[in-house]
Design a protein around this ligand. Sequence first.
Ligand code: NAI
Length: 351
Amino acid sequence: MPAQSRTRKLPSLSVLQDMHNGEFEEVIFAQERRSGLKAIICIHSTKLGPAHGGIRRIAYKSESEALADVMRLGRAMSRKTALAGIPAGGGKAVIIDHPGLKRKAAYEALGRAIEQLGGRFYTGPDVGTTESDLAAVRSQTRFVVERQSGSGPGDIAEATARGVIAGIKATLTFLYSDPSPAGRSFAIQGLGAIGGRVAEWLWRGDAHLTVTEIDASKLRKWRGKPDVAVVLPKRILEVPCDILSPCALGGIIASSTRLKCRAIIGAANNPLASESVADVLNRRGILLAPDFVVNAGGVIEGAGRHLGFADQTTQKIDGIAETLMSIYRRARRIGASPYDVALSMADARLR
Ligand code: NAI
């Protein structure tokens, strides 16, 4: 056989360079023919403690899309844990969903891969991963966050919502020297586990609410309530208000979005279409609370259970307010966006 037909062209390999650029410790590829598992685990940093990150299952269009997502999310988790002041690092796992995937067996196979990491990576839920998927993972590895705890807010979503509320109080204090939501106007996108809780707290605190949801069953209880307006999903970002709270999806705010709020603070991961939007918002005088500071309550709660600080989780979650306030003050002092200030604070801690 001529040499030429035996030599296949090698794929271009930029993974190692990307890992080097972003200071990633490990990227692990896992596949299993029997279950159809195709997964990537990324351990961004264990400098401050074992990496933590949920499992996302999406029908990615390509392996490179999955790789980019897992690396982006893993690094964001490191920044989140660094600024939360907990002895944990950041990572993430993704499963590439496809019609042939045998779901339970695939999650079990991923569990075995996580077990082999020996505790350098702890996992939990994320988009596409339910509690029963996690039960399959848990059947194969010790390194999954527990469902319940006896202390702290208990439930992960409850913990995240508590952190968002702490952040809202800090934002109101920064803007108006008063943490109370009474009489202030809020626009909330998404009334799920977090948005629903935040809306409830604001409503009880006499705030004026404008809400939206794509799931009609979650809107029912809000229709007709005093001081609550329901709008179509496409209108929510342009509602005039004091605070816009994105609690649904990421990537929703672009430079061209016609925002009419004074501040943005919510649970959604990566609400900006791109990082450069943070500067645009800063120039327009819109205060953006960095998502990875605000939505850290869940990982604080989860990590506290197995890293031995369960008795301090409530205090650490409430500490999000103080962290955010110091970021806002520093940003004002140096004229940078709170987003950039938070990024450099987190990266400094990771170094
Ligand atoms: P969830 O799935 O319970 O709620 C999200 C809600 O948004 C759903 O009810 C959904 O119907 C709605 N929604 C989706 N697209 C929408 C649209 N275009 N307009 C209006 N509503 C829309 O999720 P959860 O747990 O409340 O999380 C909210 C966000 O916070 C997500 O982005 C999540 O990744 C992020 N997050 C959640 C954490 C947690 O502990 N649950 C931790 C950190 C971040």
